[in-house]
Ligand binder design. Structure first.
Ligand SMILES: [Zn+2]
Ligand SMILES: [Zn+2]
Length: 349
């Protein structure tokens, strides 16, 4: 399998970000990301103006972040060609994205931040729908703002990467719960805006420069074939489809690059010499091996079944033997720091 590492959920000057699309793509290329997905609020201007494609070695894809009339229920929609009215209830735009062949993820569903009046929380409220593909289980910006206090603010502004710990517990619980009924994919977002904030009354700091955030929460996708940058963007449609298919199918995992490069991580099930991947729903029984491979470094590998930690091993790899049905996933910690979150392998459910 081939692995591509990217960052998603970011805003440019086409909505409320401070960087142009070109600048953002340039930063991603410098940092070495394989792909990024731009999600300006309620606009596909970057798509319509032809920015989708390779910028250096980075493939830039354009989605958008949709909200309802109360600015709640933020929805990351990928692979759509037309914007959707913000006057619709969330349930309806979730369905429109699906019906038009796109995929969608609930953004920062349990956002609670309250540290800045101008940035209130925008949680997800409309749970009465099954038309979304997944959830943004980790959002750098939300977590950072949630932890921000009057006392720690200088530290937080100076060290945005050090200031986040892991996905919200509430979101992980909900994610596991949803996976008992159907596949719901987890992705990680940075929600980069590079807002300029006046910190001391006289000097302006850029909160989360794009380039800094490109070194935090990443979403790694696995594909069966190689993504090749064609001449004059020739392979754009095929490459775009491969990345979106992996996200849709859950053949992906989330990592925090700040703690280490997670490229090479694998989680798969093995039974009678057959391999099953993250995102697969399988109907097999008996003893099944759930195998984990870490990229050249030991970590605490936790096996989660139906939301509960059932085993843990500190090693460079793991081979868990299970014989119960359930939605299984893996979390990896490096010295207590949340590093990798796999997607589920759903067995017999
Ligand atoms: Zn949002
Ligand atoms: Zn956003």
């Amino acid at each position: 399998m081939f692995e591509y590492v990217g960052a998603l959920h970011m805003h440019s000057t086409f909505s409320d970000g401070s960087g142009t699309v070109k600048e953002i793509a340039g930063f991603a290329d410098e940092v070495g990301l394989d792909y990024i997905i731009l999600t300006d609020h309620n606009t596909l201007r970057a798509l319509n103006e032809g920015y989708e494609g390779w910028h250096g070695k980075t493939l830039l894809l354009v989605g958008c972040e949709i909200n309802d009339r109360n600015n709640l229920n933020h929805y990351l929609a990928f692979g759509i060609n037309e914007t959707i009215s913000t006057r619709l209830p969330a349930k309806e735009y979730v369905k429109i994205v699906k019906d038009s062949g796109g995929i969608g993820f609930l953004a920062h569903p349990h956002e609670k931040r309250s540290s800045m009046k101008e940035h209130p929380p925008y949680p997800w409220k409309e749970w009465d729908t099954n038309d979304f593909n997944g959830i943004e289980i980790w959002n750098h910006m939300s977590e950072w703002m949630e932890g921000l206090t009057e006392q720690n603010k200088y530290n937080y502004f100076m060290h945005p990467l050090r200031s986040i710990e892991g996905p919200p517990k509430e979101t992980l619980i909900k994610w596991d719960e949803l996976n008992l009924k159907r596949k719901v994919v987890g992705i990680g977002g940075i929600d980069a805006h590079a807002h300029k904030v006046n910190l001391l009354g006289f000097f302006e700091v850029e909160v989360f420069p794009y380039k800094v955030l490109f070194k935090s929460v990443r979403t790694h996708v696995l594909t069966d074939s190689k993504i090749v940058k064609g001449k004059n963007g020739k392979n754009l449609d095929a490459s775009k489809k491969m990345i979106y298919d992996s996200l849709k199918n859950g053949r992906c995992f989330v990592s925090n690059y700040y703690h280490g490069d997670a490229k090479g991580f694998r989680f798969f099930a093995e039974k009678d010499k057959k391999i099953y991947n993250m995102g697969d729903t399988i109907n097999i029984s008996g003893k099944i091996h759930l195998r984990v491979i870490l990229p050249n470094i030991s970590g605490s590998i936790n096996l989660i079944r139906n939301g509960e930690k059932i085993d843990s091993i500190n090693n460079i790899d793991a081979d868990f033997i299970i014989d119960k049905n359930g939605a299984y996933r893996v979390e990896v910690y490096l010295e207590e720091k949340a590093w990798i979150f796999s997607n589920h392998i759903r067995i017999g459910i």
